[in-house]
Ligand binder design. Structure first.
Ligand code: 5GP
Ligand code: ZN
Length: 137
């Protein structure tokens, strides 16, 4: 499969690895948003987070939890944004699911999750929307 991140996992393309176990591989982003910007991905190819089952997703986030703790410790951070661009509409450019760990620092001029979408929806259907989602499980 012609996947950039599968090639990184296989060692066919070099990367600055920070962590590896049976399930995940983590490395520094080549175009960092901030110093220490780290990518964590499952070694197995899944295009999107929503293609993974609950067990694989749990393994991925267990590793993310470990990696964030050490990135924060080594870089002496007070916090980080942790997230997935799930689908091209959400900004995903590499079609192999991956979690971004983006270190945050005082005065970095960054935003929060609240700044991702520019146009806010109406709040008048929250009860109906929640019920629809609840009933879908
Ligand atoms: P996405 O936009 O799909 O959520 O994130 C893809 C990320 O992969 C980007 O932050 C980009 O900088 C990073 N990236 C793309 N190509 C490479 C590469 O060859 N090596 C590394 N280390 N990171 C890459
Ligand atoms: Zn892949």
């Amino acid at each position: 499969m012609d996947c950039l991140f599968c090639k990184i996992v296989a060692g066919e393309i070099p990367s600055h690895k920070v962590y590896e176990d049976d399930f995940v591989y983590a490395f520094l982003d080549i175009y960092p948003c901030s110093e220490g910007h780290t990518i964590v991905l499952p070694k197995q190819h899944f295009t999107r987070f929503t293609d993974m089952d609950e067990k694989d997703a749990a393994n991925l986030f267990a590793a993310v939890n470990k990696v964030v703790k050490n990135v924060e410790k080594i870089l002496e951070l007070e916090g980080a944004n942790i997230g997935i661009n799930n689908g091209e509409i959400a900004g995903q450019t590499v079609q192999h699911v991956h979690v971004h760990i983006i270190p945050r620092r005082e005065g970095d001029n960054g935003g929060s999750m609240h700044t991702i979408v520019g146009t806010k929806p109406s709040r008048d259907n929250l009860a109906e929307l929640a019920e629809n989602i609840r009933n879908s499980f």
